[in-house]
Design a protein around this ligand. Sequence first.
Ligand code: NDP
Length: 532
Amino acid sequence: MTKSYPDHKSEGAAGAELARRDDATEARKRADAPGQPSPVEESGQLVAADRPDQVAFEYAPAPESRSVVHLQPSYGLFIDGAFVEPVDGNAYKTENPATEEVLAEIAAAGLEDVDRAVEVAGRAQKEVWGPMPGAERAKYLFRVARIMQERSRELAVLESLDNGKPIRESRDVDVPLAAAHFFYYAGWADKLDYAGFGPHPAPIGVAGQVIPWNFPLMMAAWKLAPALAAGNTCVLKPASTTPLSALLLAEIIQQADLPPGVVNVITGAGSLAGAALVAHPGIDKVAFTGSTEVGKDLQRALAGTGKHLTLELGGKAANIVFEDAPLDQAIEGIVNGIFFNQGEVCCAGSRLLVQESIADTVVERLKRRLATLRVGDPLDKNTDLGAINNAAQLEKIRELSDAGEAEGAIRWSPSCTLPSKGYWFAPTVFTNVSQVHRIAQEEIFGPVLSVLTFRTPEEAVAKANNTVYGLSAGVWTEKGSRILWMAGQLRAGVVWANSFNRFDPTSPFGGYRESGFGREGGRQGLGAYLDV
Ligand code: NDP
């Protein structure tokens, strides 16, 4: 069932659990032999150098139960408050990327379905949701948030099944943050007149919202909650490979008794349903999160139509570590920056810029930390890295990693066992990376870190800004003045100081340059759905 990926440094070293034990035994033997390298360096396993008889404890399987999720064999489109079949009856299958098991059949919306969804959303906006007092809209949003919390386990398991992300992340990050967005924007719904957008800010109308597969539920919440709070109605199109949590959210919206037509969820291909949705004349505002290529297409298609548009696109963030940084925290921040959600994060810290004086230490400590990451079953509560979401994405990660090697960077992965079925990629670090390498310029969107060095703060800024993107950055240093100076110099929408990948509904998120424009979250995120 499993295949082993060797440590790229020591070609042929086994990575299976059994092999871990063999390594430990070997390491114990070697530790007794004078002049032998440290067992930690040699095997990549945590064997205490001064206690050669001790191996790091191994984790027993801790699988989250699937029984909380009631998968239906097939799902329709959610239009006008009800689940309906698509007009032409087309469907496709969504699978579990960790096993390639088919989870359900999903309706594929055609042009008539898009028409209908936009039409009912327009009617609901004019007749019900728009004229409704903000305090009343807030009650519905609070209700959605509370039901999300009540059904949080179900949402988390479903998200991990459909996306491949570890249950620890869907349970502790995605679902709580999604509910928090509904709570937060519910609070704004009756305070729009005092939000700083003029005395009586009006909703824009009908929002067409297209979201990606890396944070399916969270992206749905980021899009729906501010739009609804501001009095807009929505037609949401989830990514083809991850429709299930958006459909469960539609069920929650039904349960919360939202008036029919206020939220509609249409599943299906982006090139057909997604393109038809954003181009539809009944859509007043388009909000898109996804690739820069599609974002550019949308911008071209929408130019001159008068539609409001916000784009949240790719990134190639620099995570910058100075020699005075708190190193233990920085190592955790680097790991969280690039290996959270398998690196399938637009703001991932995919370029580590480390000050030259500490580069060797940081890389060595990073490798030791990576040797302890557990890659495997997303539903296991101890898993750190789950599956890559889809075959095409895995292919892209492989292609760019191979290019890194071909261009002269040095590739390293810890010994780890990858399941033979599903889409998997071992955590990978590239050293000896130069700025012109593709792995230093292109968004890989996978668990791959490119390490570059710098000597001075000015050089760090120049290298960090040497990208077409501008979404996020991280700075690790104990000097507050340096943090402030760097934040002013870095051309990134979000700069984290001594932390990385921190999200909060009160805080605006978004980029500029090829990372897009517009903000989600906070008061700014509300403004994106008001005609101001
Ligand atoms: P896409 O941009 O193709 O997909 C994002 C969303 O847009 C999906 O819902 C997709 O639908 C939809 N879509 C696709 N084409 C159109 C279109 N012409 N009109 C309207 N909607 C459309 O991203 P991919 O999933 O193909 O990922 C490719 C790369 O994009 C990744 O490798 C990564 O680099 C980047 N990416 C960035 C994300 C971010 O958060 N900024 C998120 C996801 C990807 P469907 O799923 O049906 O194709």
